[in-house]
Structures are given as structure tokens and as C-alpha cells.
Write a protein that binds this ligand. Structure first.
Ligand SMILES: Cc1cc2nc3c(=O)[nH]c(=O)nc-3n(C[C@H](O)[C@H](O)[C@H](O)COP(=O)(O)OP(=O)(O)OC[C@H]3O[C@@H](n4cnc5c(N)ncnc54)[C@H](O)[C@@H]3O)c2cc1C
Length: 619
């Protein structure tokens, strides 16, 4: 293993920008020491431009401490001294869903309605987060969370919403010049690291995923046991179903009852070390390891083994018709904000949103109809006879506002702690939602010459923390234009989740353990990890980790994808009895949005749920 010095850990990239953004403001005297500590961590200079911050982002320090104090430690904050602002609507959480709720509220109750959005992070958009880099001269964009629009699944409500924001999905698709995660010119590859496999080795033409299984010569290069390689060869060349004596229904029922790794070992004949190669192949797409997924779920995603299960070959999934902005769906959140608070980004349209300048100081102006307040963690929402009282922690103080209505567009698992009067069955149903942790680390590298020498744009690293990485050369939509062949800096996306320990058995145990590890790692841990990978992979062809890494932004999402029911862990609920349906019931003047309310981790679900939540508010 290389030392920190050899990995360039001391090299001069911008570090820990959040800390640099902390202002020295006075702290409310009425607070407990705990509240003061949380408050200290949440004080941020209002004029910052968060998309350019590097270091530990996503769930950044200062954003979660107040919520964790309530939910994990059972602590409570004192009541605010005053409830001295009043609104028609308070929205808790300024992700896509919360922003959409504000839009629908004004549609239903009129543009005169006064709306306040409270958001615990220092940026809006929730998971739809923009990462903007200028370290190499020209601006480079990448997504810090949500990638793309799954437009083919849109409901009429979502289609109308996007039309209303000027988004032309077909036009975006026509402008897509880059298949993210994979470009046509270079080959698929896997990289095996010394720490896990005893040797650093790049094997090209190897995917083991939907883009294809591997030939014998390629498998011979994989540094696992001889028996493991032989088992993999047999598995990759198998063409006959092992369930010929079962009906289609019986086969499907069975495949939904065993995990994919069990299928690989039992029916694919793989040894443990060969089966391990698949463990993290869907880490980014599902936010869990394979052991949490049924064989059917994985095979339906097109991964290897379909002939053994009697299924036809998978259609090339990478051909799927992506519609995407250069910062992912952050551009949608920006469009939403520009629509709600035009002063923030005058003149912004779907055609220029990626380049539009956003003035964060205009987000929360007293004279505006809609205000968006960052760094504000809601700690209580109480339904009253004539509205809702909402308390939140910001700049070291507990503050209070009242409103006629409140839409909770935040994570469901926190809602019972914010609304202790919620009926117990509803509170229990909320807690069923344990989100899938995800991490997306953007590393801006000086150029791709080392990757080009190896002939790769992306690869799988089955032994490393981020099991997938790919170059993100830029998407020419939303007004952004970037010559995809230029030899300037390029973000490399390190993508996936964090593996839980083996003794975390149930899926919820796995998700919670993974989240705990994610939160326990500091920026240097992630930095060391990406430097180790880039050094081992690219060092031999001239990449200098000390000089060629220009910036690192770690977007960690301990509360990532909404929990969607899984074959191995969840029953088939009767209609209206699934936890998300019980959880999203209105509660007086409070209604419930967020993708959690659909148990479906998609942008369109977040919008649909916002629409429902606003329609359910009392008139
Ligand atoms: C890494 C990643 C990649 C994804 N990729 C895709 C994709 O490609 N396509 C797709 O359709 N979906 C994707 N998703 C799913 C994504 O969750 C949804 O698309 C959508 O953005 C969810 O929006 P939301 O508003 O429901 O939730 P969120 O984005 O989670 O927004 C909720 C907001 O509420 C805030 N909040 C929570 N508690 C409080 C509190 N007490 N006080 C104040 N604020 C609070 C949260 O911090 C957050 O900002 C991805 C998710 C992740 C994490």
C-alpha cells in the first residue's frame, strides 16, 4: 500500500470548502449546548455559490446534525421564542418534490399565495445536485446526485409539469451527444486491485454486466482461483435452462425467492470468488449489494445468467434513451427555482438553464411571494386548529413560522420525529422507509490521456469502495456546449454505494450499516480511496496523482433512493395497505410528498407525489 505522501494526499486541491464557508455569527442565548453546537455547524455565508464547493458534499457537515439529534438521540429542541413569520404554505424540504409542491400550491391557491421552503442543506434540489468545476479553466459540469429523466415512465401529470417548465424531452434527446457511463469508442473493462486480488490488473473487454459476458481468453486474465475461472467460463457459455422441468410461473416464483448470488452459486456453478465479482455490479443502480436482490430482479436488469433461467437475451440496456442535462436533474431543480423565484435567475429557460447564473442571495427576500431558506432544518411541525406551527434550526437558533398549510417533502423516516402527534400506525409506516445510501464522487482530472492510452472510458472495480467509475465528458443540453473531444479536464464519476459488513443480514440492517459507514468516513478517507484507484490504474501509464487531480467532490447520500419493495424482503401488500400508502395520509393541515410517498426512487414519482399532496390540503 502506498503512503499518503505517495498518493499526493497533501497536494493542493481545494479542501473542505464547507468549513471555509462557516461564518462567525452570534449564537442564540436560549439554546442548549447541543443546539448551539448544531447551530454552529449550520452557519453558512448566504452569498456563497454552493455548486462550486468541493470536499464533502451531498449530506455535508452541518446539514444533518439537528435531525440526527432528534431521531437518533431522542433529543428535543426548545420551542422558538416567537412564531413571527406567517405564510400560506410552508414546505419542508426543497428537493424536486418540495419545489413541485410550491408550484402546484400556487396553481391551486393562486400566485398571490406566500410560500416558504425550508431546506436543511446549503443548496436546493435535494438529491438533484449540481457539481460545477472551474479548476481547469473552462467550466466543467457533473451531477452530484440524480442523473437523468426516466421520461418513458412519466404520468400525464409529470408530462404537463415538464411542459409547464418548458422542458422538451425529445429536443433534449436529439441534443444528447454522449452516452454517459460509456462512450462508443472505448471498451468495457474491469480493474482488479492489489489489496483485494493480490495484483493490480486491468482486464479490458470484460464487463460481466448487461453489455456482455466474457470469452475464455479474457476470463483467463481475472486474478481469482483456477477453479473460479473455470466456473466462470462454464457459466458464461451456458445456453440451456436449468429449470426445464418447471413452468414459467414456477420458475419466476422461484427466482424471486432466491438471491442472485445464490442463483450464481447453486445454478450457475460459480465458486465464491467468481460469484464475488458480481456483488457490486448494481451498487449504483439499486444502492444495495446483489445479496439483497432476487435472482429475478437482477436478471430482469439484464445481467448474466438469463439463458440458465430460460430467459431470452437481454436487450442492450445502455441503448436506453437517456434525456439528461450536464448537471443531471439539478437543472430541473434550477428551472423550478427560477420559475418560483424569478429574481434568482432572471431569463432562465430550459434552453439556457445549465449556463444561467443563480444568485443565491435572492432566494430568501422578505418581499418575495416565494422564499427558499437554506441551512434550515425543521425540527417540529405541529398541526393546530387554524394551521401549522413549524420550528426549525438555523444559524444557531430555533426559529418559528406559522402557515395555513404544510407539505412535508422531506424523508419519511424523520417525519414521526417532527410530528410526534402522528397516529402510531402512520408513524410506523413512515419508519418502514429506510432509504438506500449512495455515493457519487466526482474527481476532476487534468485530461484523459492516461485513460486514452489504456483505451477505456469507464470500468468496474469489484474490490473497491466505489465499484464503478466513468468519465463524464459533458452533455450538450440546457445551453451547455463542450467539445467532447477536447483534451482539457474531465470529471471522472466514482459511483456506487458502500458495502455493509457481512453480519448485516436483513436488507434494512444492510442499509443502516452501510449508512453508518458512509457517515463515519471523512473526506480524507474518500480522497485516499480515489487516489489509490487512480494511482494503481493509471499510474503505470503516466498519470501523476499529485498533479493530475484538480478537484474532488464527494457527494454522499446516506438517505439516497426511496425504499422500493424488494422480492426477498417485502410481502405483497393488499391495496392501500402498503407502508407508503399508509404513511402518506393527510394529517390535518399537513400533507405528505417526496418520492418516499410513492416508494419509488424517481424524479417523476417526486413530482406526482407533490401534486397529490397539494390536492389533499384542506381548502
Ligand atoms: C445519487 C442518486 C441518483 C439518483 N438518480 C436518479 C435518476 O437518474 N433518475 C431519477 O428519476 N431519480 C434518481 N434518483 C432518485 C431521486 O431521489 C429522485 O429523482 C428525486 O430527486 C427525489 O426528490 P425528493 O424531493 O422526493 O427527495 P429529496 O431529493 O431527498 O429532497 C428532500 C429534501 O428534504 C430535505 N429534508 C429532509 N429533512 C429535512 C428537515 N428536517 N428540514 C428541512 N429539510 C429536510 C432533504 O435534505 C432533501 O433536500 C437518484 C437519487 C440519488 C440519491
Amino acid at each position: 500500500m502506498k503512503s499518503d505522501d505517495q498518493l499526493g494526499m497533501g497536494a493542493s486541491i481545494t479542501r473542505r470548502d464547507f468549513v471555509q464557508g462557516v461564518a462567525a455569527a452570534t449564537v442564540g442565548l436560549s439554546l442548549s449546548p447541543m443546539a448551539r453546537a448544531v447551530g454552529e455547524a449550520s452557519k453558512v455565508v448566504a452569498a456563497e455559490y454552493p455548486p462550486t464547493k468541493t470536499g464533502l458534499r451531498g449530506s455535508h457537515p452541518g446539514s444533518f446534525e439537528a435531525a440526527h439529534a432528534i431521531a437518533r438521540e431522542g433529543r428535543s429542541f426548545p420551542a422558538p421564542a416567537h412564531f413571527n413569520e406567517h405564510y400560506d404554505l410552508v414546505v419542508v424540504g426543497a428537493g424536486i418534490s418540495g419545489l413541485a409542491a410550491a408550484y402546484y400550491y400556487r396553481e391551486r391557491f393562486g400566485a398571490d399565495a406566500r410560500v416558504l421552503l425550508l431546506e436543511n442543506h446549503d443548496d436546493f434540489g435535494g438529491h438533484a445536485r449540481r457539481n460545477e468545476f472551474h479548476q481547469g479553466g473552462q467550466m466543467r459540469l457533473s451531477m452530484g446526485g440524480v442523473h437523468n429523466l426516466e421520461w418513458w415512465q412519466f404520468s400525464p401529470t409529470v408530462k404537463a409539469f415538464l411542459d409547464g417548465h418548458g422542458v422538451d424531452v425529445k429536443g433534449m434527446r436529439d441534443n444528447m451527444q454522449f452516452a454517459y457511463g460509456r462512450t462508443a469508442t472505448h471498451k468495457s473493462a474491469m480493474w482488479f486491485d492489489e489489496e483485494t486480488y493480490g495484483v493490480d490488473r486491468l482486464v479490458t473487454d470484460l464487463a460481466l454486466d448487461v453489455s456482455g459476458v466474457a470469452g475464455d481468453d479474457t476470463i483467463d486474465q481475472i486474478p481469482i482461483s483456477e477453479a473460479g475461472r473455470a466456473s466462470l467460463k462454464a457459466f458464461c457459455s451456458a445456453t440451456e435452462s436449468v429449470f426445464a422441468d418447471k413452468s414459467e410461473e414456477e420458475t419466476e416464483r422461484y427466482l424471486r425467492s432466491i438471491s442472485y448470488p445464490d442463483f450464481l452459486r447453486k445454478h450457475g456453478g460459480l465458486t465464491d470468488d467468481a460469484a464475488q465479482l458480481f456483488d457490486k455490479l448494481l451498487h449504483g443502480g439499486w444502492g444495495v449489494e446483489m445479496r439483497a436482490l432476487s435472482a429475478m430482479e437482477v436478471l430482469e436488469d439484464g445481467l448474466p445468467g438469463r439463458p440458465l433461467a430460460g430467459l431470452p437475451p437481454a436487450e442492450g440496456r445502455w441503448d436506453y434513451p437517456v434525456a439528461m442535462w450536464p448537471d443531471g436533474n439539478a437543472s430541473l431543480a434550477r428551472l423550478q427555482v427560477a420559475r418560483l423565484i424569478p429574481e434568482v435567475a432572471p431569463g432562465t429557460t430550459a434552453d439556457n438553464v445549465a449556463l444561467s447564473k443563480f444568485d443565491y442571495t435572492a432566494l430568501d427576500r422578505p418581499d418575495a411571494q416565494v422564499r427558499l431558506r437554506l441551512n434550515s432544518t425543521v425540527v417540529n411541525a405541529t398541526d393546530t386548529e387554524d394551521g401549522v406551527q413549524v420550528s426549525y434550526v438555523s444559524e444557531g437558533e430555533v426559529r418559528g413560522v406559522t402557515a395555513k398549510h404544510c407539505v412535508m417533502a422531506c424523508y419519511h423516516s424523520i417525519i414521526p420525529h417532527l410530528c410526534p402527534a402522528l397516529p402510531p400506525t402512520q408513524a410506523e409506516a413512515m419508519k418502514y422507509q429506510v432509504k438506500h445510501p449512495l455515493v457519487l464522487t466526482n474527481v476532476l482530472i487534468r485530461n484523459t490521456s492516461a485513460l486514452d492510452k489504456l483505451g477505456i472510458d469507464g470500468l468496474r472495480c469489484p474490490g473497491r469502495l466505489h465499484a464503478h467509475l466513468f468519465t463524464f465528458r459533458g452533455i450538450n443540453t440546457g445551453g451547455f456546449e463542450h467539445d467532447l473531444t477536447d483534451d482539457g479536464p474531465v470529471p471522472v464519476v466514482f459511483w456506487g454505494s458502500i458495502s455493509p459488513p457481512k453480519d448485516a443480514v436483513t436488507v434494512k440492517e444492510q442499509l443502516r450499516a452501510s449508512r453508518a459507514i458512509m457517515l463515519g468516513l471523512d473526506f480524507e478517507d474518500y480522497e485516499r480511496e480515489v487516489r489509490t484507484v487512480l494511482d494503481g490504474l493509471l499510474g503505470p501509464v503516466g498519470f501523476d496523482v499529485e498533479k493530475d487531480i484538480l478537484a474532488i467532490t464527494v457527494n454522499r447520500w446516506p438517505h439516497g433512493y426511496a425504499y422500493d419493495y424488494l422480492d426477498l424482503w417485502d410481502p405483497d401488500w393488499a391495496e392501500a395497505e402498503a407502508p407508503h400508502e399508509v404513511a402518506r395520509q393527510p394529517f390535518g393541515n399537513i400533507t405528505i410528498a417526496n418520492a418516499d410517498a410513492a416508494a419509488d426512487a424517481y424524479t417523476h414519482a417526486a413530482i406526482d407525489e407533490a401534486y397529490r399532496a397539494v390536492q389533499e390540503l384542506p381548502g
